[in-house]
Design a protein around this ligand. Sequence first.
Ligand code: PLP
Length: 439
Amino acid sequence: MTQLNKAAMQHNLHPFSNNQELIDKGVRVIERGEGIYIYDTDGNKIIDGMSGLWCTNIGYGRTELSDVAKAQMDKLAYYNTFFQTSNTAVIALANKLAEVTPSQYNHVFFTGSGSESCDSMIRLVRHYWRSVGKPQKKILIGRWNGYHGSTIGGTSMGGMKSMHEQGDLPIANITHIEQPAYYELHEAGETPEAFGLKAANWLEEKILEVGADNVAAFVAEPIQGAGGVIIPPSTYWPRIQEICRQYDVLIVSDEVICGFGRTGNWFGFETFGFEPDIFTFAKGVTSGYQPLGGVMLSDRVAAGVLQGGELQHGFTYSGHPVTSAVALKNLEILQEEQIVERVRDDIAPYFQQRWQETFAPFAHADDVRGCGMIASFKVVKAKGEPFSDPARAGSLCKDIFFGNNLIFRSTVDNIICAPPLVITKAEIDEMLALAAKSL
Ligand code: PLP
């Protein structure tokens, strides 16, 4: 095991970490990246099976992105999109987003992160209903164990109980339903398809409980990522869409992880066959090279927002020229190198097949699953039998991989892998051979 760096923790509090433990133990300091590999300051070559935090879709070291960042900084390092101004980079990016999304999405509000996108979404949803004369439609329904960021709004919208407890949340008019987690929640003999319909109908029950006239939106990730790769059965999303249309409830897809190719289509809603009224994005839009996010509105919602007068919302960095230029180049690379098509037709099927071959036979792996370039399994005592402390089991397993220079993530007892979309078949083999050896 490599020597951990304690100096790194002297002044810096780390997110989602036990900081006292890290001060005692130290951390690995990552110095550079190339393709799917990152290198620490001790010279270790590490396979990044998580694309950073599900974001470096085009891999590390693409100098085209640093070139456009420098060129844009040299030309115009900052100007905003407030008060009757814009800049050429953000105009080009907004046009590109309208081009790569299905035809009904033509208006975008820019933010600096996924959390800001989810907060902005909550404000836009409520603004929309007020604008169209239904101000009582205020309640947003999310899902337990969903993740929509770490701000007050994002944490409230998400369903992470430990985050709620630490922040005295959620805020008013946000409520949650149970997640479509087949493995944990299905009854004996229930098929995934039947369970998917039942889980979607929990939304209808909640709408009827709080009153359809009060419900503004249903907000969910196509696949719950941070919650542990909960992939809904195929029946789930179409039924959710039916319910939302029936009760005039907006559908919001949080595409922060699934967007920009991760599931084998440009967006997760395309993979799961539904049409959101609004979707949030971040991460893959710049492949993590710059912090940028946004909220994309369908024409219906945009029309309502536009008729609502002055938008009382915005960030200094909404439409930042440098982050916009980098995002545009990233999207051009995704298009020119046909990365999304390659994921869908070639790399994801190979990755999923090899993931199954590697982990399904392993006695301590259960619920071996995946979609596109996301895969997971549960580390268990035996098939169908969880460890008594599942979170500790998952964390120890992840640490073993980490010690072998392989980054996977753990959420409770789920081991998660979401490598850069540009990973080759040989690199998939290398990554999974290292995982098998570690186990
Ligand atoms: N929404 C989803 C689905 C996410 O996975 C994340 C982050 O992982 C966020 C929102 C928050 O994004 P950020 O960390 O950029 O604020």
